[in-house]
Design a protein around this ligand. Structure first.
Ligand code: AMP
Ligand code: MG
Length: 432
């Protein structure tokens, strides 16, 4: 028997269900491969990551954006009983070709106010949209197709039996699965769950995501920026992205390029959250302290992925908490978050794995590309074609704003000419 949706999501002994810990090598890429293809890296995330969040039941009103921890089973059919799809007149069908006159009986059937009696054969009754179809009625004619003098109605056939009515359970049958485990609840799902009588929704606790920036050069907008300093662009971006993905965010601020300070901050974050997103300091340079610390902790996996934009990522577990060490470059940080961190975090949050939905459309641009790596271009759709941002500079943050999505160029592509099909993935497909 399937667990009822009202059941408390607890283990056998009634203790809260604790997800299994992640394996230490969950981010390990194949040894000896210089640049791992994007799809292989994604496969690895998909097969190795599992939910780290607990479960709870929340009132329906609070379920929007949450991840279902169990299948949701319809308590009631939709519609629960046969009802009229239009305002009109109901009777027993079918009706043959030609002109017909039927006597009207007293009373009417309206939504929420059913007609208690039975409609005799050869008679009609006034019926409104959403009204339960009374006994003796199986067919409804639209009021616009009828003349009525208050006592009888006249209309023209033919009319099929069942016309203008909705069958009980034609949408969802009670006891059927309405929504599946791992789904992130949409506005449409709110309507569906409500329609089938779900008051309490079994969900995962929200994934808690810490975001912190690293770099001596960073200051806060509003502060005075000395020569050589820049405003922290990644943190506001990553915090808002994680929120858009449906996660709870904790702002862990900025850390200078100082290993001890970073270590303290990572320790604090690991106590507070399920996932840590850092940006900057993820490569192998002198001031790349995220990768250095993970390395020291023996938890570092350098992700050299055949992707542009994107420098090596530093992935690892810090006190068992996954760390995504993103590149400092805002364009690379955003693309790597969309391509890798988001699906990974979705799995950790208990959500199903879903490829971002892309669309094959004609290119409005031409480009030569190195084969052997995946490229993501800042893009938008205009007049049915994908345009790309004039510059591929990875510091060009304005291009991220200009764009409404990404064009994904396959690993093997070499030369794209105007009109060639390219895959456009709207930001919305990534959950933004
Ligand atoms: P890194 O990955 O630390 O070597 O940084 C690469 C580039 O990204 C450098 O030009 C940094 O100044 C820049 N950068 C790093 N973090 C940020 C940030 N939070 N906001 C804007 N630019 C950044
Ligand atoms: Mg840096």
């Amino acid at each position: 028997m399937r667990a009822g949706h009202q059941d408390k999501p607890t283990g056998k002994a009634g203790a809260p269900l604790a997800p299994p810990p992640l394996r230490n090598d969950c981010f390990a890429l194949p040894a000896g491969v210089a640049w791992t293809p994007v799809d292989e890296a994604l496969d690895m995330l998909r097969t190795r990551l599992s939910p780290v969040t607990g479960q709870e039941t929340v009132p329906l009103q609070e379920a929007f954006g949450r991840v279902l921890s169990q299948d949701v089973v319809a308590m009631r059919s939709n519609p629960p009983q046969p009802n009229s799809a239009v305002d009109g007149y109901g009777f027993a069908g079918a009706v043959a070709d030609g002109a017909h006159v039927l006597p009207l009986i007293e009373g009417r059937a309206a939504a929420g106010v059913p007609f208690a009696g039975s409609v005799p054969p050869g008679h009609a009754i006034r019926i409104l949209t959403g009204a339960a179809v009374p006994q003796g009625v199986d067919t409804v004619i639209l009021e616009e197709d009828v003349t009525c003098d208050g006592h009888q109605i006249a209309f023209r056939g033919p009319l099929k039996q069942g016309a203008n009515t909705r069958k009980a359970g034609e949408d969802v049958v009670a006891g059927e699965r309405a929504l599946s485990t791992g789904r992130m609840v949409t506005s449409a799902d709110m309507a569906l769950m409500s329609a089938v009588g779900i008051a309490g929704v079994p969900v995962r606790k929200r994934l808690r995501v810490a975001v912190l920036s690293t770099g001596d050069e960073l200051v806060e907008p509003g502060d005075t920026a000395a020569p050589g300093q820049i405003f922290d662009a990644n943190r506001p971006m990553l915090l808002s992205m994680a929120r858009a993905f449906g996660f709870e965010t904790l702002d862990f601020g900025r850390v200078a390029d100082d290993r001890a300070a970073l270590q303290v901050r990572l320790d604090e974050a690991a106590k507070a959250v399920d996932v840590i997103l850092t940006s900057g300091g993820a490569s192998a340079g002198d001031e790349d302290h995220v990768s250095a610390l993970l390395q020291e902790a023996g938890a570092m996996q350098e992700w050299r992925i055949a992707i542009k934009p994107g420098r090596p990522l530093a992935l690892g577990l810090w006190h068992g908490v996954p760390v995504f060490g993103l590149p400092g470059n805002p364009v690379a940080a955003m693309v790597c978050t969309l391509v890798f961190a988001r699906p990974a975090m979705c799995l950790l949050a208990g959500a199903e794995w879903r490829e971002p939905q892309g669309f094959d459309v004609p290119a409005a641009f031409s480009k030569r590309k190195k084969p052997g790596r995946r490229e993501y271009l800042r893009a938008r759709m205009r007049d049915g074609r994908a345009e790309v941002f004039a510059s591929e500079g990875s510091g060009r943050i304005s291009g991220l704003s200009w764009a409404e999505g990404l064009v994904e160029l396959g690993d093997g592509e070499r030369h794209i000419r105007p009109g060639d099909p390219v895959r456009f993935i709207p930001y919305g497909s990534f959950g933004l």
